[in-house]
Design a protein around this ligand. Structure first.
Ligand code: ATP
Length: 199
């Protein structure tokens, strides 16, 4: 079974993924694959260097230069995504094909925005209310309220993702409450009695 994990910025996805990993589950991390595209995969790297003036002295991608080029430039962001996304999707498909585990998790922050539902059998959304999301994001990234809000509003509203989910983990409580829910989810998986919602 392929289970997508998604949510909003700072909603708790990584915390949930890390806990699942600690409990022996296999997780494919889309953010890590995006980083690999720019640091490991020579085809992507060469394409990026051809399209963007972001080379460092050694001929690698200077992430800071690239970041400055795409910042606030939707066209450049789309261009970069058209290079990185196919690599990420290809790697996830390979992982799905080669997987011998009973469950494989795909941690994909922008799963719904990128329309990647088709890769998953079920989708788990880590949900948090906006006020708490704002607090946690500001604290983690040392952002002003305006900066944090801009990041939250650039994504699909989390409430919409919650409505589309097959399973919701509510991260409005403390870490202990979050882990208790993930434990309950794991037990359900192992016993085969999870109630997946259908939308
Ligand atoms: P992003 O996609 O932005 O990387 P994320 O969805 O993976 O974020 P996390 O990094 O897991 O979210 O969590 C966001 C921040 O909130 C982190 O600093 C994390 O330690 C903190 N956090 C997560 N869950 C809780 C909780 N229940 N109580 C308090 N802090 C929490």
């Amino acid at each position: 079974m392929i289970i997508g994990i998604t949510g909003g910025i700072a909603s708790g996805k990584s915390t949930v993924s890390q806990y699942l990993k600690d409990n022996g589950f296999f997780i494919i991390d889309a953010d890590q694959l995006s980083k690999d595209a720019l640091t490991v995969d020579q085809t992507c790297i060469q394409q990026v260097l051809l399209q963007f003036d972001c080379s460092d002295e050694a001929g690698n991608i200077d992430r800071a230069k690239l970041g400055a080029i795409i910042f606030n430039d939707k066209k450049a962001q789309a261009q970069l995504e058209s290079i990185v996304h196919p690599y990420v999707i290809k790697k996830m498909k390979e992982a799905i094909q080669n997987c011998k585990e009973e469950w494989l998790f795909l941690d994909i922050p922008l799963l719904y925005e990128a329309h990647l539902e088709y890769l998953c059998d079920q989708i788990l959304v880590v949900y948090v209310e906006e006020q708490k999301q704002l607090e946690r994001l500001r604290k983690r990234n040392a952002l002003s309220a305006e900066e944090a809000k801009a990041r939250i509003y650039s994504q699909m509203p989390l409430i919409e993702k919650k409505q589309k989910a097959n399973y919701v983990i509510d991260n409005n409580g403390n870490r202990k409450e979050l882990i208790r829910q993930v434990d309950h989810f794991i037990q359900g998986l192992k016993k085969g009695d999870i109630l997946w919602e259908n939308y």
